[in-house]
Design a protein around this ligand. Structure first.
Ligand code: CP
Length: 303
């Protein structure tokens, strides 16, 4: 039976741990190539622009012996030129795997149902599970996960949702700090809390960013205006005043705290240049780990 990863919740905490162990093991090796996708074709359907996700998935498929075919936003017309059912049905006849970046989470579910092949979420408006795998991998490499505090400051968006669930499952104490109206949704908090109760972690929503960051081991932020929300940009800039990750805010965290951002960043909005480019920033490790985490995930799916 094909196994899809449409949300981070499609992977149990032990499964995430297994994938990340595998990623670390492969990353340590000189030869990072495998054969799990030998003779297989992956269709990359992207409805939004991408640097990190597209490049890392193409490389991951190639490193595992497979072939990646990329369809750009204007080529796809998912739900416009053709229904997700028709795209999925056709793709399932040609390909062994679909990697899809889309707006509506239901497009991923419809592709998975129609294609009969594994579908991996490369970002939707609801979740960014592969980003969360790379993020937790990066935290593992920079001091570890279990028992440490991760504070996410900003929009309770797709990145925050996947990250909270994945990090809580690894035993982290997760704090999410957002202005009123932009908090993490109740269902994600409940799932993260459930995982935390099994791992020894915890989850708290803390509206005051200074209190949220106090003593944190990791400070994470993401853009206040995601792709597709451009018309809300001005309103969001106002709403997020006081939530910028700047040197003054980071000074409240542990002295050794790492700063994370999934990129691309709106420099001067959610994060300052000084912090993003500073010595505590691990954003390039995070970006590199997209490759290692996703390669391990694909190898695990096709093992
Ligand atoms: N972080 C991330 O998903 O980057 P891209 O949009 O460049 O893929």
């Amino acid at each position: 039976m094909s196994r899809s990863v449409l949300t981070v919740g499609d992977l149990s905490a032990p499964e995430i741990s297994e994938v990340l162990d595998r990623a670390l093991e492969t990353k340590r090796r000189d030869d990072r190539h495998g054969s799990e996708l030998s003779g297989k074709t992956a269709l990359l359907i992207f409805q939004k622009p991408s640097l990190r996700t597209r490049v890392s998935f193409e490389l991951a498929v190639t490193n595992l012996g497979g072939q990646a075919l990329y369809l750009s936003p204007p080529e796809v017309g998912l739900g416009e030129r053709e229904s997700p059912e028709d795209v999925g049905g056709v793709a399932g006849r040609f390909c062994d795997l679909i990697v899809c970046r889309t707006f509506d989470q239901s497009n991923l579910e419809r592709l998975a149902a129609a294609s009969g092949v594994p579908v991996v979420n490369a970002l939707s408006d609801w979740e960014h599970p592969c980003q969360a795998l790379a993020d937790v991998l990066t935290i593992r490499e920079h001091g570890g996960t279990c028992g440490r505090t991760l504070t996410y400051v900003g929009d309770g968006n797709n990145v925050a949702r996947s990250l909270a669930v994945a990090a809580a499952g690894e035993g982290m104490h997760v704090r999410v700090s957002s202005p009123s109206g932009y908090e993490l949704d109740e269902a994600s908090v409940a799932e993260a809390t459930r995982r935390a109760s099994e791992s020894g972690g915890s989850v708290r929503l803390v509206s005051d960013p200074v209190e949220a960051v106090s003593g944190a081991d990791v400070v994470y932020t993401d853009t206040w205006t995601s792709m597709g929300q451009e018309l809300e940009a001005r309103q969001r800039l106002e709403a997020f005043t006081g939530y910028q990750v700047d040197a003054q805010l980071v000074a409240n965290a542990s002295a050794q705290a790492n700063v994370m951002h999934c990129l691309p960043a709106h420099r001067g909005e959610e994060i300052t240049d000084e912090v993003l480019d500073g010595p505590q920033s691990v954003v390039l490790d995070q970006a590199e780990n997209r490759l290692h985490a996703q390669q391990a995930l694909l190898a695990w799916l096709f093992d």
